[in-house]
Design a protein around this ligand. Structure first.
Ligand SMILES: Cc1ncc(COP(=O)(O)O)c(C=O)c1O
Length: 360
């Protein structure tokens, strides 16, 4: 028998979440974000599972896009940060990769490229996040340069990204939408738009636009801290599981694990589970972080080791071989992340190749 530490990926749940995104914005096209190995779920497997539904996919780099092509994905692939060097414009044109254009250098690389096929571009507009995108008068001049170039196909999309859409009370999202309307470049054609990430798809209908870009929600996780009517319909895609490999009883006053940072206040039963920071279980998980064993949340006690954690199972029936769920249905990755000073996005994307992904 092999080590029982696996991430089970439920592709039906993934498709359910994709369909939810589609149903919330029936006039938009829905492009799954599969960057960072599909948020740790396996980019080729996720894209393959959505291939009959999705018109395109979004990634962060040419390397990620090439991985999808080599995995048999034939849809256009949007490069969310555009090209990093002039030669990437060529690769993009040859492979039907769409280029986000966020700065002057990227405009010049496209306009001056010698390419046989036109590239489709998405023009990034900075509406307040102040990370990427054109500002002020540069928006129109970048648009003019692109739309006058023979290298660029006619269907330019204008795009922006939200800083605070996961905060339902924060009016910054509406201000960003206003800025977007104000700064749209003037054009003979009607320009398609793209603004919405998961939070905006779920909660900010004014932001839906023509192309929406869901990431986190596809994997069944809510971007919100509080319950939300649509987010509550999401189904967890990943179940990160392991099993108990050792059990022991300790007396009150005895400590557990490296640095002995947890001391039993009563006679306790400690279960050792074969998962650790080498598997992407966060080392910063605090004492008390919940682990689901036999349907009950049990507290992590003691430091997370590279390959093991220890859990207080005094209050439940447990034995060697019992399954432990680190996150998944019944224990959201968001909740675990709260105990680690992190967010679910980080926990998912940091999961290393060491953890086998099992697709169901
Ligand atoms: C430009 C862009 N669009 C969409 C997304 C997807 O966001 P989310 O995972 O919150 O849906 C991201 C994620 O970082 C992004 O950078």
């Amino acid at each position: 028998m092999s080590r029982p530490t696996v991430a089970t990926i439920d592709l039906n749940a993934l498709r359910h979440n994709y369909q939810l995104a589609e149903s919330l914005a029936p006039n938009s096209q829905t492009i799954p974000m599969v960057k960072a190995n599909a948020y740790g779920h396996g980019a080729v497997e996720v894209a393959t599972a959505l291939a009959t539904m999705a018109p395109a996919f979004g990634v962060a780099s040419i390397d990620e896009a090439m991985e999808l092509r080599q995995g048999g994905i034939s849809q256009p692939i949007l490069l969310l940060e555009g090209s990093f060097s002039a030669d990437e414009v060529n690769v993009a044109a040859q492979n039907n990769f769409w280029l986000m254009v966020e700065n002057r250098g990227q405009v010049e690389a496209i306009v001056s490229a010698t390419i046989a096929q036109q590239v489709k571009v998405w023009l990034g507009i900075d509406t307040g996040m102040h990370r990427l995108g054109f500002q002020g008068d540069d928006i129109q001049s970048a648009f003019n340069a692109l739309s006058n170039s023979r290298n660029v196909s006619r269907d330019i999309v204008i795009a922006s990204h939200f800083a605070c859409a996961d905060d339902l009370d924060n009016q910054a999202t509406l201000r960003q939408i206003q800025q977007f309307e104000l700064h749209r470049p003037t054009s003979k054609e009607t320009l398609a738009t793209s603004l919405a990430n998961s939070a905006a798809i779920l909660a900010w209908p004014k932001a839906h636009g023509d192309w929406q870009r869901p990431g986190y929600m596809l994997y069944g996780n809510s971007p919100f801290k509080q319950p939300q009517q649509h987010a509550d319909q999401l189904q967890a895609v990943m179940s990160f599981e392991s099993a108990i490999i050792s059990m022991r009883s300790i007396e009150a006053g005895e400590s557990v694990g490296y640095t002995a940072n947890w001391t039993a206040e009563r006679a306790s039963t400690i279960a050792t589970i074969t998962v650790g920071y080498g598997d992407g279980y966060p080392r910063h998980a605090r004492n008390g972080t919940p682990v689901l064993i036999n349907g009950t949340r049990c507290p992590l006690v003691g430091r997370v080791s590279m390959d093991m954690i220890t859990v207080d199972v005094t209050d439940i029936e447990a034995q060697i071989g019992d399954k432990a769920i680190l996150w998944g249905a019944g224990l959201s990755v968001n909740e675990v992340a709260e105990f680690c000073g992190s967010i679910g996005y980080e926990l998912l994307t940091r999961m290393p190749a060491r953890v086998p992904r099992v697709y169901i």
